[in-house]
Write a protein that binds this ligand. Structure first.
Ligand code: NI
Length: 272
């Protein structure tokens, strides 16, 4: 394997077949420590809150309430030194291998699961958040900054689910004030049969496509579960027959109101 290659040929093939991949190390322990310090500072300072870039994925997110699943969109805009991390370089290399052409990965968001209180990230496909007018070719890379276990909320995937189109979703608990989406409960059991869990060491990574069904349980451990999500897209192809995602049209979140009030974007299209 050359210096530039992060993934073996078998790993690239596995991703294409299964729609997901887990690897033990995408970066070094030193780089994890560097990123973890930045990560904790950004959440402690509530960076991005006023512009709608820090918000609660799983609650109604009103001022004065404790966030169940706080997340920061585009964390590197508040800490540009993150873009110098080995993690981001290695992520770009790995994604370039999968896509078969050079791509630059970006930090998408940071999701924090507080100890013992964090909500689950329910089963969903990332494309359910995106423009329904196109089919998207995008991959997300999820990296824990401590061990990720069954107890603290490691990623789960449904192998082969990337071959499906977007399935019916709704806002979590069917509450239009909540930003996060979940698969419709009546299709959940069938759609998630055969799911696999991917525990990881710190600095390991999972990769998944925009249509791959995935989920992370609540954090039932005594320590925070920190995860950084990076990704890259090589574009979108307009659908021949446009579809509508009803769950996007009914959404009315406090985050969108804050973003609109500060002149920012009303939607977080690249969310996962
Ligand atoms: Ni996601």
């Amino acid at each position: 394997m050359s210096v530039q290659e992060i993934l073996s040929r078998e790993q690239v093939e596995f991703f294409k077949e299964a729609g997901y991949l887990a690897i033990e190390a995408l970066t070094t322990p030193e780089d994890v420590a560097f990123l973890r310090e930045i990560y904790d500072r950004l959440f402690a300072e509530r960076r991005g809150r006023e512009e709608g870039n820090q918000f609660d994925l799983a609650g109604t997110d009103e001022e004065g309430t404790e966030a169940a699943l706080p997340q920061i969109l585009g964390p590197a805009q508040y800490a540009p030194e993150m873009n110098d991390s080995l993690l981001l370089k290695n992520c770009s290399r790995a994604l370039s291998q999968i896509f078969g052409r050079p791509v630059e990965a970006q930090f998408g968001h940071a999701i924090f699961k507080p100890p013992r209180t964090g909500a689950a990230t329910p089963w969903h496909q990332d494309a359910a958040y995106w423009d329904p007018g196109s089919m998207h070719t995008a991959i997300s890379v999820w990296v824990p900054l401590q061990e990720a276990t069954l107890e603290n909320g490691c990623m789960h995937f449904v192998p082969g689910s990337h071959r499906r189109d977007v399935l019916p979703h709704r806002p979590i608990n069917n509450d239009p004030r909540i930003h996060g989406l979940e698969l419709e409960p009546d299709i959940l059991e069938d759609a998630t049969r055969g799911a696999v869990a991917c525990p990881l060491p710190p600095g390991g990574a999972t990769f998944h496509g925009g249509y791959t069904l995935h989920y992370a349980p609540a954090n039932r451990s005594d320590i925070p579960r920190r995860a950084l999500i990076m990704g890259a897209s090589i574009g979108a192809t307009p659908r021949e027959r446009p579809v509508r995602f009803a769950w996007q049209e009914s959404r009315r979140t406090a985050r969108e109101e804050r973003a609109a009030a500060s002149g920012g974007e009303g939607r977080a299209e690249r969310l996962v």
